[in-house]
Structures are given as C-alpha cells and as structure tokens.
Design a protein around this ligand. Structure first.
Ligand SMILES: O=C(O)CCC(=O)C(=O)O
Ligand SMILES: [Fe+2]
Length: 337
C-alpha cells in the first residue's frame, strides 16, 4: 500500500525527523518473517526466534511479513467497517450506549464518559472469541469479521508460540499459562476523521499500552501510529502488506517485565482520513495472570502481582486513558536497599 500524500502534522514531522538517522526504510522497526518461523530450516528458524525475542525486549513492537492473511480479506474488513461508520446514527444507537465490557460497542474517543482529553477517533469494538459478536448491519460484516477473526487469531497464536520459545521456554508454555485455547479476542475498527487545520492539541488516540497480550494492526495507507522507542516518539511506517504487532500489558506481566507493553498513540492532522483495524488477543478472561515462575528465577523477585484478566481489562477500559498507569495497579513496589 502506498501512503497518499498529505499534510503532516508538526508532531509527525518531528517524529519523521527523529527517525531519519536510522539505516533501514522501516526506521529500524524490527521485521519478523512468519514464513521462516513456521517453515524455516532449523538454523534459520532459531535465528528468527532470537530476533523476535530481541524485538520484544528492545521494542515491544515489530512488523510481521509473510503472515498469510490475504490482502483481499484485509480490504474487505476495512470496507465493511467503513460502511458501518457511514450508517445512520439510528442504526448504531443501541451500541453507542454500551459499557466497556459489553461485547459490541460503538463510540468516540477512548471511553467518552471518562475521557480527560478529547480524542478524535470513532471506533467499533466487537468481542470475537470465545464468543463471536457482531452488529447486524452492514449485512456483510458478520461473514468477513468471522473469517478475519479466525485467520488473525491463528496468526497471533503462532506468534505467541514463537515468543514463548524466544524466552527459552517450550512453545506451548505461554498458551498453557494463559489458557489461550479459550483466549479472549477483540476486533476494533478505528476511524480518525481528516483535519485540514490541525489543532496542535488534537490526538487521535492518546498514549497508552494495550490491555491484552498481542495486538495486530494494519491501516488504510495513511500513517499516524507512533510508538515510543528509547524515549522518542517514532512514526511507524509499515512495509507494504505487513502488519504491526504491539506487545500488550499481559505480555509484560507474564514475562515479569522482560517484554514490555509498548507505549503508542495515534496522531491526526492530515487531509486524509485515517483508518486502522485491530485484532487483539488476550488470556482467557477468567485466568489470573501472574509472572511465570521461570521468569523470576534469577532472584529478581516478582514485578507484578496476579490479576484476573477480566478485572484488568475492565479497569483499564473504564478509566481515562493515561499512558501505562493501569499496569501500576499490579506492580509490586520493592523496598529500596
Ligand atoms: O489507530 C492506531 O494506529 C492505533 C490504535 C490503537 O492503539 C488501539 O486501537 O488500541
Ligand atoms: Fe492501542
């Protein structure tokens, strides 16, 4: 996908300038080739697992290529989502009253009831696993979303297996600890309206980390996702056809802080409207997530206490969005000395 030309915001310009120093076209963002992880020769595969581990440890963010999700399916889900946003308000009203833990929710901002700063985002959120939920209209949405959810869930579970191996654990270890056979999955469509006279304060979505384990994201060819890396905001530009993968809070908890949920945000300010589509997996909602004992074996002690994923998600989704403060609720404060 080629990004259409448009007016960048000042923030995007400075982020792009900050990124200029790096050598690769993807500003140094790590790239994970799923084809190698699944079918690579042993030595190639172990190198890819090592690189994946480094990507999780140093960035909490990477791109995945050769992922097997057809481009036509990505276009179809984006189109269906666009159609939903265009429906008359009357058709969406029922879902606009929904609360954070309701399975279908349409809204603006993060959670407009509590938003401290306005965010210029419209969203559709639908829980897709273990139970699949979907608005009735547009009619084509159900079939497309079912296929998209299945396909991206398989991809995210495959990545989780490789991430487990990158920690020196068995491929199934994370899945077993988090009961991923009944993993939670949510699909989110985001729309950021065009804005030709950018207000310096306006954010599409303020800085946050995601509540789940892993988030898969692609966009409509318009950039706007920024990730914080080494203390700098960096505008993420995808390789054509790739997905972004964002490490979430549950990965940070279960790895005892070795892999971190990455801080990210969406900026607005261009003449093109932007859309992104998210597929996120988390532990089984009833699982109490806590650091794996193997991850605290170095005598470092536990960085987090256990929390039921459902309670964590509800707390994170019901409060105003504020960087990584949600994670502080479960952080263990070690005594100095
Ligand atoms: O639209 C984007 O690029 C970011 C969306 C996001 O962070 C989210 O939905 O959690
Ligand atoms: Fe996010």
């Amino acid at each position: 996908m080629v990004a259409p030309s448009r007016l960048p915001s000042h923030e995007e310009q400075s982020a792009a300038a900050a990124a200029d120093g790096s050598a690769t076209p993807s500003q140094g963002i790590p790239v994970v080739d799923l084809g190698v992880l699944i079918n690579g020769a042993a030595d190639e595969r172990s190198r890819a697992i090592r690189d994946l581990g480094r990507a999780c440890e140093d960035w909490g963010f990477f791109m995945v290529t050769n992922h097997g999700v057809p481009e036509a399916l990505r276009e179809a889900i984006m189109d269906a989502c666009k159609e939903l946003f265009r429906l008359p308000l009357e058709e969406k009203k029922e879902y606009m009253r929904a609360k954070p833990m309701d399975p279908i929710r349409i809204g603006t901002g993060f959670y407009s009831v509590v938003d401290a700063v306005p965010c210029r985002r419209d969203y559709l959120k639908m829980f897709s696993h273990p139970e699949f939920h979907c608005p009735e209209k547009p009619a084509k949405l159900r079939e497309i979303a079912t296929e998209y959810a299945t396909c991206t869930r398989a991809l995210l579970l495959e990545l989780t297996k490789a991430i487990s191996e990158s920690l020196g654990l068995a491929g199934g270890r994370l899945s077993e600890a988090l009961n991923l056979e009944s993993c939670f999955q949510i699909l989110v469509g985001n729309h950021y309206p065009a804005c030709s006279r950018p207000d310096e304060q306006a954010m599409g979505l303020s800085a946050h980390s995601d509540h789940g384990l892993l988030t898969l994201l692609f966009q409509n060819g318009v950039d706007g996702l920024q990730v914080k890396h080494d203390g700098e905001w960096l505008l993420a530009k995808p390789l054509p056809g790739s997905f972004f993968v964002i490490a979430g809070d549950q990965l940070e908890i279960v790895t005892n802080g070795r892999y971190k949920g990455v801080l990210h945000r969406a900026v607005v300010g261009g003449e093109q409207s932007r859309m992104s589509f998210v597929s996120l997996i988390g532990p089984c909602m009833d699982t109490v997530v806590e650091p794996l004992p193997e991850m605290a074996a170095d005598g470092r002690g536990l960085e987090f206490r256990g929390i039921r994923y459902r309670d964590y998600m509800e707390m994170q989704q019901s409060n105003s969005i504020n960087e990584k403060t949600a994670l502080d609720i479960v952080r263990v404060m070690h005594q100095a000395g």
